[in-house]
Design a protein around this ligand. Structure first.
Ligand code: AMP
Ligand code: ZN
Length: 477
C-alpha cells in the first residue's frame, strides 16, 4: 500500500516497524460542542484507512484522544480554553459538557459505521504522563517560564516547521508580519507554545498541581504524551485534518523529538477540509450541520459516508444537499443490488468469463485502495461490477461470487452492505416483503401500503420502490 506522507510530500510505500502491527494515532475531537460533518469527514478518512490496513492483513492498534482540557480558542494558545468557555455559556458544569459532547460524538460515529479505536483516551486522565514528558523537556533545557505558563523554545528544535514545509526562521518571520494578539511577557520566539499553562484565580476545575505551578497541559503535549504512552516513542501513522499541520502537529513533532531524540511519526496523513455550499463551516456563518441533523431531515447517515468516499481524502470537498441526494440515490441502488443478488438461490456452474471479469474488478478496486486510498477510483470499479452483474442473469453460484466481492469491498467502504442481504432480514419480515410484492403485482396498493407500514412499525424497516427494484433498509430513528 502507498500512502501520501505530508512530511516527505510524496506517496510512500507503507511499511511498519513491527512486521504486521500498525500503531495509528488519530487526533480526536475537542468535546466542547457538537462535532460537525466536516469533523466527521476527518474521522471517516481515518476509519477507511484503518479498514484498508486491516484488509491488507495488518493488525491495527488505533488510539484516539478526547481533548477535554487545554485546547484554547486559538490553536496557537491564544484565548480561553474552549470547554471552560462553553460550560460558562451553557451554565453547565465542565464535566457535564465533556460527557455530553463525548457521548454525542460517539453516537455520530456509530451512525457512520466508524469502528471504535482500540484505545480512546481522555487528556485529563493522563496528566501524569504529560508532566513526565514536560519533565524530560525541562531536563534537556527545552522549556522556560514566560507569562502564563511553561513554553517550549522552538529555536532549539531541530528542523522546526519542516512538517509544514517551512522553517523556524520563515515561520517566525511570517507570524511577525501577521498579528499575534496576545504575546506573553518573556516569550522568546513567536512560534513558542505552552506545554503547561498556569491556572488563574477563576480556573479551579481541571487544574493540577505540578512542580511548575498549578495549572493544566497545553493541547499539543496531550497528543505527544498519550501517543507515546500507548504506541511507543515512534509511531507508524498519525492522522488529523490539514489545519493541524502548521501548529498542532508541528509542535507535537518538535517536542516529542526533542524529548526522545527519535523520529516521532513515520507517516503523517492529513485529510482535507469540507466546505458547505462553498463556504467555510463555522458557527458564526450558521452553516454547521451534524449527522444527527441530517438524519432528522430524513437522510441515511451512510449516504453522508458514501458522499465523503466519493471525494479523495486529500481533495477539498464541498457539501451540498443536491450532492447528498445524489449520494443517497446511488447508495440505495447499491443496497437494492445487494439484496437482489443475495436472494438468488441455487447453485450451478458459474460462467468463468463473467467471474473472471468480476475478479479483475476486485483486483482493480483494491489496487486503487492501495494507491493512497483512492476510494473514488475504487468506487468506480465497484459500479463496474454492478453493471456487469446487472447485464447478466445470474445463477445462484454467480450471485454468491458477486455478493462475496461486494462484501469484500464493503470491508473497506463500511457502507453496511451486510445489513441489506436477504439473510439479514428476520423471517417474518421477509415473508411480509414477498406478500407485498405479490400485492403490488395484483395492483392491490391498499394491502401493499399496509404491509409497508407494518414493516416500519414492527421491524423498523423502510421499503422504497426504486428503478432497480424494491430496496429496504433499517430505519435509524
Ligand atoms: P477539533 O474537534 O476541532 O479538534 O477537530 C477534530 C478534527 O476535525 C480534526 O482532525 C480537524 O482537523 C478536523 N476538522 C475540523 N474542521 C474540519 C472541516 N471543516 N473539514 C474537515 N475536517 C475538519
Ligand atoms: Zn492531537
Amino acid at each position: 500500500m502507498h500512502i501520501y506522507n505530508t512530511l516527505s510530500r510524496s506517496n510512500e510505500l507503507f511499511r511498519c516497524v513491527d512486521g504486521k502491527k500498525v500503531g495509528l494515532y488519530a487526533c480526536g475531537p475537542t468535546v466542547y460542542f457538537y462535532a460537525h460533518i466536516g469533523n466527521m469527514r476527518a474521522y471517516i478518512t481515518v476509519d477507511t484507512l484503518r479498514r484498508a490496513l486491516v484488509h491488507e492483513g495488518y493488525a491495527v492498534r488505533h488510539v484516539m484522544n478526547i481533548t477535554d482540557v487545554g485546547h484554547n480558542v486559538g490553536d496557537d494558545d491564544t484565548g480561553e480554553d474552549k470547554i471552560r468557555m462553553e460550560a460558562r455559556k451553557e451554565h453547565r458544569g465542565i464535566e457535564e459538557i465533556i460527557r455530553f459532547y463525548t457521548e454525542k460524538f460517539f453516537e455520530e460515529e456509530a451512525l457512520l459505521n466508524i469502528q471504535k479505536p482500540e484505545v480512546t483516551c481522555r487528556a485529563s486522565e493522563h496528566i501524569g504522563s504529560m508532566l513526565d514528558l514536560i519533565g524530560r523537556l525541562d531536563e534537556k533545557g527545552y522549556i522556560y517560564k514566560a507569562g502564563n505558563g511553561m513554553y517550549f523554545d522552538t529555536s532549539k528544535s531541530k528542523g522546526y516547521g519542516r512538517l509544514a514545509g517551512s522553517s523556524f526562521e520563515r515561520m517566525n518571520k511570517d507570524l511577525r508580519a501577521g498579528a499575534r494578539v496576545e504575546r506573553p511577557e518573556g516569550l522568546r520566539n513567536i512560534t513558542d507554545f505552552t506545554v503547561w499553562r498556569f491556572a488563574n484565580q477563576e480556573e479551579r476545575d481541571m487544574v493540577w498541581n505540578s512542580r511548575f505551578g498549578k495549572g493544566f497541559p497545553g493541547w499539543h503535549i496531550e497528543c505527544s504524551a498519550m501517543s507515546m504512552e500507548y504506541l511507543g516513542e515512534t509511531i507508524d501513522i498519525h492522522t488529523g485534518g490539514t489545519d493541524h499541520i502548521p501548529i498542532h502537529h508541528t509542535n507535537e513533532m518538535a517536542q516529542s523529538e526533542a524529548a526522545t531524540g527519535k523520529r516521532f511519526v513515520r507517516y503523517w496523513v492529513h485529510s482535507a477540509f469540507m466546505t458547505v455550499d462553498g463556504r467555510k463551516m463555522s458557527k458564526s456563518l450558521r452553516n454547521i450541520h451534524t449527522v444527527e441533523g441530517l438524519v432528522k431531515m430524513g437522510y441515511l447517515p451512510l449516504a453522508f459516508r458514501y458522499m465523503c468516499l466519493t471525494v479523495h481524502y486529500r481533495n477539498m470537498m464541498n457539501f451540498t444537499f443536491e450532492g447528498l441526494e445524489r449520494a443517497q440515490k446511488s447508495l440505495k441502488a447499491l443496497y437494492a443490488f445487494v439484496s437482489r443478488i443475495s436472494a438468488i438461490d441455487g447453485g450451478g456452474h458459474p460462467d468463468t468469463e463473467l467471474v473472471g471479469k468480476a475478479e479483475k474488478l476486485r483486483g482493480e478496486f483494491f489496487e486503487s485502495v492501495g494507491d493512497d486510498l483512492d476510494i473514488p477510483a475504487a468506487i468506480t470499479k465497484m459500479h463496474g461490477l454492478v453493471n456487469l452483474a446487472g447485464r447478466a442473469k445470474l445463477s445462484g453460484a454467480e450471485a454468491k461470487r458477486m455478493l462475496a466481492i461486494m462484501l469484500d469491498f464493503d470491508s473497506v467502504l463500511g457502507l453496511g452492505f451486510d445489513l441489506h442481504m436477504s439473510s439479514a432480514l428476520p423471517g417474518e419480515a421477509k415473508k411480509l416483503i414477498w406478500q407485498r410484492e405479490d400485492a403490488r403485482g395484483r395492483k392491490d396498493f391498499k394491502t401493499s401500503d399496509e404491509i409497508r407500514s407494518r414493516l416500519r412499525k414492527d421491524f423498523k424497516i423502510t421499503l422504497e420502490d426504486t428503478e432497480e427494484g424494491t430496496v429496504w433498509y433499517m430505519s435509524v430513528d
